[in-house]
Design a protein around this ligand. Structure first.
Ligand SMILES: Cc1cc2nc3c(=O)[nH]c(=O)nc-3n(C[C@H](O)[C@H](O)[C@H](O)COP(=O)(O)O)c2cc1C
Length: 479
């Protein structure tokens, strides 16, 4: 994969690889709802990446960058693949790279652009950045959406970096929201149990591989920095955030450094925040970060991935691609025969597996294996198996299989598996009781193996003849 030096390098590369129109500069949009609204309206149409500048009330050059991976082409570029890589090949390439991944630790450097401005003590004021309020129901301004929260395990020295939403609560206060099973929460607890505050650094604006790695669930003890290094083929340049031993990217846009006291000592009402499911769900008392230092580059860029309806090809295409990659890899490791590909819809709410059936149990084997890959708190809801003639990257094709190859009386199976606190379908009573149980559906949308050769023939122009027609009728047919 390409080792982008930093977010700016990626930005430049995007326009080189995909053209000037790929990144649209928008001047004068307000941080309060306008940036979020424009981002969403263009994301709905798979529009360009957006670089907002001249945000009212802020110095020119203090920018917000959104929709940075919002299309398969941009995701391919972000992952260092040619822009025209077919969608399923992006997932295949990622799976193959991940399979033999060699972790590469970060490289410590003495200086870097993130130290261009170091603000300490009384001068600390995180409201100096144009953090957007993304949706009108949001309970605050979220500076951290595609951010990277860095903590260090006090026992082992393991450095964790995770993406958790971060909102602004005054000049030197932030809040962080991490779900129950997140590594940063476990690390913070270790400090709190010893009566200490947890040192923390919130990195806002890093290259897309680092952003992607931070949202990946590396196992406990494995640093997302090493993972990002492995994916890039080169160690990430880091320096210790002043006053701490937390490594932060030397070329990050903004780093907010501080400490998180135990919630019994200080907490704030966090949220509500419109989440990726498309709903406002969780809001509650959450830990705060007391910000001690601000590091930032000249003309800093906030990297934003505001949550939108999961059906919108959103600013962080990496999530569905990653979910598909992990599931595909898992199916192969579980010995599922002839997997042709995996694709995720609505982030990961529906996972579709394409298989070439060789026996009667293949579809069910694939579905059960996909279900077993679901993490505690994952939100895969519909797992669907289809035959290899279905283009799983085309929702209409998948729907055709669902509507015409499924006997609802025979082909649908319901299991139970825990969901997460942001699941809108959890009833108030279950939420109150901490009961996160939820159904998941396995749908066998393959032609029944026993009589698949007698399945009615499809009246669809076949692939070979399509190619022939395209070649012969260039002026009439799209490529
Ligand atoms: C854009 C984006 C925002 C996210 N926001 C949150 C969040 O607010 N809270 C949370 O617990 N997980 C959030 N996640 C998921 C975590 O980043 C992900 O599960 C990651 O693996 C957590 O890291 P950890 O395993 O080191 O805890 C988000 C992911 C993305 C891509």
């Amino acid at each position: 994969m390409t080792a982008f030096r930093d977010l700016r390098h990626y930005l430049e590369h995007l326009t080189e690889a995909l053209g000037e129109d790929e990144v649209r500069r928008v001047e004068g949009a307000h941080w309060d709802l306008e940036i979020g609204g424009i981002t969403e309206l263009l994301a709905e149409r798979e529009g360009p990446a957006l670089l907002f500048d001249d945000i009212p009330g802020y110095p020119s050059g203090f920018r917000v960058f959104t929709n940075f991976m919002g299309t398969p082409a941009r995701s391919a570029v972000a992952l260092g693949l040619p822009a025209d890589t077919p969608k399923l090949d992006i997932v295949r390439a990622w799976k193959d790279i991940s399979r033999d991944l060699r972790m590469i630790p970060p490289v410590e450097v003495a200086d870097g652009p993130v130290l261009e401005n170091v603000i300490e003590g009384e001068a600390v004021d995180v409201t100096m950045f144009p953090a957007p309020r993304w949706h009108d129901g949001d309970g605050g301004r979220y500076i951290g959406t595609s951010c990277m929260v860095v903590t260090r395990d006090p026992d082992t020295g393991w450095v964790n970096a995770g993406t958790y939403r971060v909102s602004v609560h005054g000049k030197d206060r932030l809040s962080v929201w991490f779900l129950g099973n997140r590594h940063a929460r476990a690390i913070a607890h270790k400090y709190w149990e010893r009566g200490r505050n947890c040192p923390i650094a919130v990195v806002v604006g890093q290259d897309p591989i680092l952003s992607t790695a931070a949202a990946m669930s590396a196992p406990e003890g494995v640093s997302e920095y090493d993972l990002a290094g492995g994916l890039r083929g080169q160690g990430v340049e880091v320096l210790p955030a002043p006053g701490t031993d937390l490594p932060v990217p030397a070329r990050a846009e903004i780093v907010l450094v501080g400490e998180m006291p135990p919630p019994e000592e200080e907490s704030v009402l966090e949220g509500p925040f419109g989440e990726w499911t498309g709903y406002y769900t969780h809001s509650g008392q959450e830990p705060v970060v007391r910000v001690r230092r601000i590091l930032h580059r000249d003309d800093p860029i906030i990297l934003g991935a505001p949550p939108m309806l999961p059906t919108i090809p959103a600013g962080d295409q990496a999530v569905p691609l990653y979910s598909a990659t992990v599931t595909w890899d898992h199916l192969e490791q579980a010995g599922v025969q002839n997997v042709q590909g995996v694709w995720a819809y609505a982030r990961q709410l529906m996972m579709v597996v394409s298989i070439k059936q060789t026996g009667a149990g293949d579809a069910m084997h694939a579905l059960l294996a996909a279900a077993s890959r679901k993490r505690t708190g994952g939100m895969e809801r519909y797992l669907v198996a289809v035959d290899e003639d279905i283009d799983i990257t085309d929702i209409n094709h998948v729907l055709w299989a669902l509507f015409t190859r499924v006997d609802p009386a025979e082909s649908i199976h319901v299991l139970r598996s825990p969901t997460t606190a942001i699941d809108p379908r959890l009833s108030p009573a279950k939420r109150e009781a901490g009961d996160l149980s939820m159904g998941i559906v396995l749908v066998d949308a393959c032609k029944p193996f026993a009589w698949k050769d007698q399945y009615p023939r499809a009246n669809r122009v076949d692939e070979g003849y399509r190619a022939e027609l395209r070649a012969r009728w260039k002026g009439v047919l799209p490529l």
